[in-house]
Structures are given as C-alpha cells and as structure tokens.
Design a protein around this ligand. Structure first.
Ligand SMILES: Nc1ncnc2c1ncn2[C@@H]1O[C@H](COP(=O)(O)OP(=O)(O)OP(=O)(O)O)[C@@H](O)[C@H]1O
Length: 295
C-alpha cells in the first residue's frame, strides 16, 4: 500500500496540499495525446481489460479513447477534476450506464476475457459479480436483515433459512457492522446512522459474493470517523475483491489504493502505482491537480 500517509485522519484536519510532496523536476509530459496514457495502464492477467473505450451522451463524447487494465485483487482509485468522466467510466464496468437512454458505449470492455457488452450477457448476473456502492447510502426501506438478504434471495443463493442467516451474518461481519446490529436485525435500516447505512450497503453488495466492488465516492456523505471505518474496510476487502473507487480526496486515494488513475476532460492522462502518482507524477496535468493548482 502507499507510503505517503497511512494514518487514517479526517480530511478536515488535513489541507489537501499539505501532505503531497512535490518533485523538484517538472514532469516531462505536457500535452494530452488522445488514447495515450503515461505510466502503467496495463497489467499481466487483468480482471478487466478495457480497450479504446468511448462513451457518448447524445453527441457529447464524455470518455475519449481510454485503454486500461484493472488487476485482480487490486484497489485502483479514479481521481480528477469534476466532470472529467470518472463516474461515467466506472459505470461502464457493470453497465450501470445502460439505464441512461442517451448513453452509448464503444470499444472493447472485458471481464475475465468475456465481453461485458455482449448483447447475450445477463446484466443481473453481471451486476452480482460487479457490485456497486454509491455516493449516498441507499438502503431499502426494509429491515437490516432483509437489506442484506435481498440479493441472496433473488439469486437463489440460500435454500434454507439457516443458510441465509449465515450469509447475512458473514456479510455484516465483513462490513464491520455485525457487533453494532446483531441485536436489532429486524430494525429498519433507514434508522441507522449514515456511516452504518453505508456499511450496510457494502454488506448488501458483498452478500451475493461479488468479484469486484465499484465505489463511487462512498465517503462523501460521511463524517471523518465513518470515513475512517470505510477506509479500514476497503483495506480488508481488498484481500478478497477487486475494488475500483472514485474519490475527490487525494488523501483517501493515497491511503486506500494500490494504483491511481488521473482523468482529465474525458482522457485518462496517467495511471501508476499510487505513491508514484503522488510523489513523481509524469504528466504536468497530474502534478497540477495533486498540488491543488486546479480541480
Ligand atoms: N446522464 C448524463 N447525461 C448527459 N451528460 C452526462 C450525464 N452524466 C454525466 N454527463 C456528462 O459527462 C461528463 C462526465 O461526467 P461524470 O459524472 O462522469 O464526471 P465525474 O468526473 O464523475 O464528475 P464529478 O467528480 O463531478 O462526479 C460531464 O461533462 C457530465 O456533464
């Protein structure tokens, strides 16, 4: 994991600029070459192999010829200024963009060497394998137990009540929530704190045994203590799952991810090991962003 700033602390306590050491020499790359990403966008034996990906909203091209591998059991952070395409690219990975009528995805997107956009693909099954946690916790207005049991029930993962109980308990344990809720599993989930609700959403996502968890700014609605809990959880989950996290917090990217990808105006400008991105960025746009000159 990164060597920059491993202590989990609140963003409020740390101005973004203060912990980012800046290299003495300016990065060599200055221009954006469409389709070219500096650093290490490719890996051996990737979980996701994404090539020449373009995403259009109507006539507008939001993602511009991006190629990237995402490794197995890797935590990769997507960073970049608002509107640069991080969420759009993330949502391609489990076809969440399908629900937006004007959205069109081009290029080759493979999960374990199989086309994610194959028209014959079962999208419900895809989303069980590639789960998602959103910015705002969105538990169902049901009990804590039923939130976690929902996915396993619809996917037929448990034949007996005792099997379902076991899945619910294990998922809540992995999400670091079991001890807080074990005596009130029948209570309604919407009565929990924001941080608890977000951990419940993580438990719900992992209850169907996904291989990948996508997280779109999972801590942006949480206080520093709840944020720290989610970050600890990401570190634990990374032993079993591939995790892709969109974040506006560079400290968070530095704390939780192995690699960081810097997006700019729909381009993937730079990808590298997280500590390299933050200590010796190869592209001037990355450097400008991480040193707070824009974004
Ligand atoms: N549903 C949509 N319809 C039309 N355009 C959209 C839609 N969603 C996103 N866009 C556009 O696509 C571009 C990329 O947006 P996206 O939300 O992916 O960026 P982002 O980097 O995640 O931004 P933020 O950090 O603000 O969440 C922006 O220009 C945005 O306006």
């Amino acid at each position: 994991m990164n060597t920059l700033n491993t202590t989990v602390t609140s963003e409020a306590e740390q101005p973004e600029e203060s912990t980012i050491p800046v290299q003495e020499e300016r990065p060599a790359e200055t221009k954006i070459d469409e389709g070219k990403t500096v650093g290490q966008p490719f890996s051996e034996d990737p979980k996701f192999k994404l090539r020449n990906v373009e995403v259009f909203y109507g006539q507008d091209r939001a993602i511009k010829n991006i190629s990237l591998d995402i490794g197995r059991n890797e935590v990769i952070a997507f960073i970049g200024p608002s509107g640069c395409g991080k969420s759009t690219f993330l949502r391609c990975l489990n076809r969440m963009n399908d629900s937006i009528d004007i959205c069109r995805v081009k290029g080759s997107l493979q999960l374990d060497d199989h086309d994610i956009y194959d028209p014959k693909r079962d999208v419900v099954e895809l989303r069980a394998r590639v789960g998602m946690v959103f910015q705002k916790p969105n538990p169902f207005p049901k009990s804590i137990y039923d939130n976690v049991a929902y996915g396993p029930r619809i996917h037929g993962l448990a034949n007996r009540k005792s099997d379902l109980d076991e899945i619910v308990e294990n998922s809540l344990r992995k999400a670091g929530l079991w001890d807080e809720v074990k005596d009130r599993l029948d209570a309604t989930a919407t009565g929990m704190s924001g941080g608890q609700q977000q951990r419940l959403c993580i438990a719900r996502a992992i209850a169907v045994s996904p291989e990948v968890v996508l997280m779109d700014e999972p801590c942006s609605a949480l206080d520093p203590i709840a944020t720290a809990k989610i970050e600890e959880l990401i570190a634990e989950l990374s032993e079993s799952y591939t995790i892709v996290i969109v974040t506006h917090s560079m400290q968070q990217a530095a704390r939780v991810s192995h690699r960081t990808a810097y997006f700019h105006l729909g381009h993937l400008v730079e990808v590298n090991e997280t500590n390299k991105v933050f200590t010796s960025p190869k592209h001037q746009l990355t450097e400008s962003y991480i040193t707070g000159r824009f974004g």
